[in-house]
Design a protein. Structure first.
Ligand code: ZN
Length: 350
């Protein structure tokens, strides 16, 4: 393990885990945006990322609706989509062996080539000091340190950075940072709007503003604050859940519509419970009589799904064994599409 002294890591033990997860998300982003569908031809074992990055991928996969939609919406995630299918197919067919084995030279080489950072997360922490972000106001690229002694780093709760462009000097904070607008989303938004207007038989004249000017006018009136943009949406759309779903794609400067640091941290408490039960111990369910327990779990999961779909609007909390079956099914969501993918069975279980 690398010497941690030279890394600007939080001194507070409680802040170290979120910091480590934050860097893992940075590493995941580097890897998955560099991953091309052609890389997957080498086989999953050769392109598997390090364990910290797998942890982030796993948490992302546990949001199958967002994961699948991001894959369609964001071209840079094409390779990840392909690799995700290979990952699902490897569940129970050699994946745990590949993860437990010492990484092969090919696997390390592929990782370093794609991300230009060391395979070991602690060595990598010495290299990962900042990320380039776009000023939400003037689109200048600004270097944001991950950690600062003042607590204003990108991975710290008090994140704050002043745009370096002299004529701008906008204060970039978690409230104002956003995903740079995606052309595909804009086109899709236009299509949806046109369809709605046609259905309403409205004869509205086209806005005199160009697309860029209209975007500027919205952001200026919201003072570049994404909470204010959300408020503006609330005026014309009263479905809060729907607005949250749309806004989730833009609340930070990453391409994912899931806030992955929070997703990993939440997943941690579930894994701790599984670990305390010893269900994560190797070979825990290997004996035939122990596998009967798994068959029971799957039957209980099916019964729970039926209960959920027959009682919409009822708040039902699954037991941990049912939750485990749900998590496993989510990882195979794409495989099971059309054959009862979790989110097509029920809408309230997440
Ligand atoms: Zn600026």
């Amino acid at each position: 393990m690398a010497n941690m002294e030279c890394v600007l890591a939080p001194h507070d033990a409680g802040a170290r885990w979120p910091w480590f997860v934050g860097l893992a998300v940075e590493r995941f982003e580097k890897w998955c945006t560099a991953l091309k569908p052609s890389h997957t031809e080498q086989g999953l074992a050769s392109i598997l990322p390090p364990l910290d990055v797998l942890m982030v991928w796993h948490a992302y996969l546990l949001n199958p609706g967002c994961y699948a939609e991001d894959g369609i919406r964001v071209k840079a995630l094409e390779g990840l989509q392909q690799a995700g299918e290979d990952l699902a197919a490897a569940l129970g067919h050699g994946l745990s062996e590949s993860i437990s084995a010492d990484p092969s030279n090919t696997r390390i080489h592929n990782w370093v080539e794609m991300t230009s950072t060391p395979f070991d997360p602690f060595q990598s922490a010495e290299h990962l000091m900042s990320r380039d972000i776009l000023c939400p106001k003037c689109s200048t690229t600004v270097q944001a340190p991950y950690m600062t002694v003042e607590g204003t780093g990108y991975l710290q709760p008090g994140f704050s950075l002043t745009c370096t462009r002299k004529t701008c000097q906008f204060t970039i904070t978690p409230e104002t940072i956003r995903t740079p607008t995606n052309g595909f989303d804009q086109r899709r938004g236009q299509v949806i709007k046109r369809v709605i207007l046609r259905a309403l038989s409205l004869h509205l004249s086209e806005s005199p503003l160009s697309e860029a000017a209209r975007f500027d006018s919205v952001m200026t009136s919201a003072d570049y604050n994404m909470d204010a943009v959300r408020q503006m949406l609330t005026v014309s759309m009263n479905d809060g859940k729907f607005i949250d779903r749309i806004m989730s794609a833009y609340v930070d400067d990453k391409i994912f519509s899931v806030e992955l640091i929070g997703a990993v941290l939440r997943q941690g408490s579930f894994v701790t419970k599984m670990h305390n039960f010893q269900w994560t111990r190797p070979a825990f369910f290997d004996k035939f009589e122990e596998q009967i327990a798994l068959h029971h779990i799957i039957a209980r999961y099916h019964a729970f799904m039926e209960l959920m779909s027959s009682s919409p609007g009822t708040f039902l909390v699954p037991t941990l064994d049912i939750d485990l079956a749900w998590h496993t099914h989510q990882l195979m969501a794409r495989q099971s599409l059309g054959r009862g993918a979790p989110e097509t069975l029920v809408s309230g279980f997440s």
